[in-house]
Ligand binder design. Structure first.
Ligand code: NAD
Length: 285
């Protein structure tokens, strides 16, 4: 099946990144946010990101204009009806996602694939909330989506081989390197990454070293491009907490039990870059 038109739900960090990736690949993109002003803000941020790439000589102005021309924004789910693929990328909350899949199933044309960008949640739970469980899978992009080459394609028990093959072909068409993974919490990357991130918060909480020194150590000592606390700020502490909670719920492994400091920071609204403050202060940057 050919994917020519993609709908994206959710105007957060990931939704806008995925929109940019798909539009660059020559695919028509309809972005849906609950409010028209956030949908419009996403278009503005896409324009800004494209302008930066033109400035740096990474893309020609004409190509940037063509990419921009392929993206439209809406606050109405009905505008996704004609999409060949819809990628849900809203808050990491199973009940919210399930309700959205049921609603989408009633709107999006028959035969279209409904995918989730969830980081950890059981994809099968979203599949069975629809009348097309064979057409539901996970297409998990990484942050920032335009820069990261990996996509995890998650095959729940209910998905057809055709759906999984189409999802992989879509990721490849977007210039990404897909891997196929079973429907287990955290899939490959987050299942391995989050115990490490959680332990970095524990190390900060017990006073072993400062945030700066923990991050400097892991960059310089392991050649990681960024330290664990800066990475948590980039992912979003609320999303990170939801990921750890889902991993703990599934495996009951103490390595996945979120460190109390992380939960308290989320309660305080310190969500990382997106709120201006997390382990670091972004308000003046
Ligand atoms: N942040 C990351 O690094 C990352 C990486 C890969 C995948 N993901 C996954 O992508 C998804 C979105 O994450 P994000 O980082 O973009 O989050 P975000 O906090 O930046 O954005 C969340 C979006 O969900 C919307 N939303 C909140 N409640 C909603 C509701 N009840 N109904 C509809 N929309 C609602 C918000 O308006 C916002 O647009 C999550 O499933 C997350 O696990 C995140």
């Amino acid at each position: 099946m050919t994917i020519e038109r993609v709908g994206i739900l959710g105007s957060g960090i990931m939704g806008s990144g995925i929109a940019e990736v798909a539009a660059k690949a020559g695919i028509q993109v309809v972005l849906r946010s609950r409010k028209q002003d956030t949908a419009d803000a996403m278009i503005a941020s896409l324009e800004k990101s494209l302008a930066k790439r033109v400035e740096r000589g990474k893309v020609e102005q004409a190509d940037a204009d063509a990419i921009r021309g392929r993206v439209s924004a809406t606050d109405s789910l009905a505008d996704l009806a004609d999409c060949d693929l819809v990628i849900e990328s809203v808050v990491e909350d199973l009940e919210v996602k399930r309700a959205l899949f049921t609603e989408l199933d009633g709107i999006v044309k028959e035969g279209a694939i409904l995918a989730t960008n969830t980081s950890t949640l059981p994809v099968v739970e979203m599949a069975v909330a629809t009348n097309r469980p064979d057409k539901v899978c996970g297409i998990h992009f990484f942050n920032p989506a335009p820069a990261m080459s990996l996509v995890e394609v998650i095959a729940p028990l209910t998905a057809s081989d055709e759906t999984v093959a189409a999802a992989k072909a879509f990721a490849e068409a977007c210039g990404k390197n897909p891997v196929e993974v079973k429907d287990r919490a955290g899939f490959i990357v987050n299942a391995l990454l989050f115990p490490y991130l959680n332990n970095a918060v524990r190390m900060l909480e017990n006073g072993t070293a400062s945030a700066e020194d923990i991050d400097t150590a892991m960059k310089g000592g392991c050649n990681f491009p960024m330290g664990p606390l800066a990475l948590l700020d980039l992912v979003g502490l609320d999303t990170s907490l939801a990921i750890l909670d889902a991993l703990y719920e599934e495996f009951k492994d103490p390595n996945y039990a979120a460190v109390p400091a992380l939960r308290r920071m989320v309660a305080a609204g310190q969500l990382g870059r997106k709120s201006g403050r997390g382990f670091y202060d972004y308000s003046k940057k």
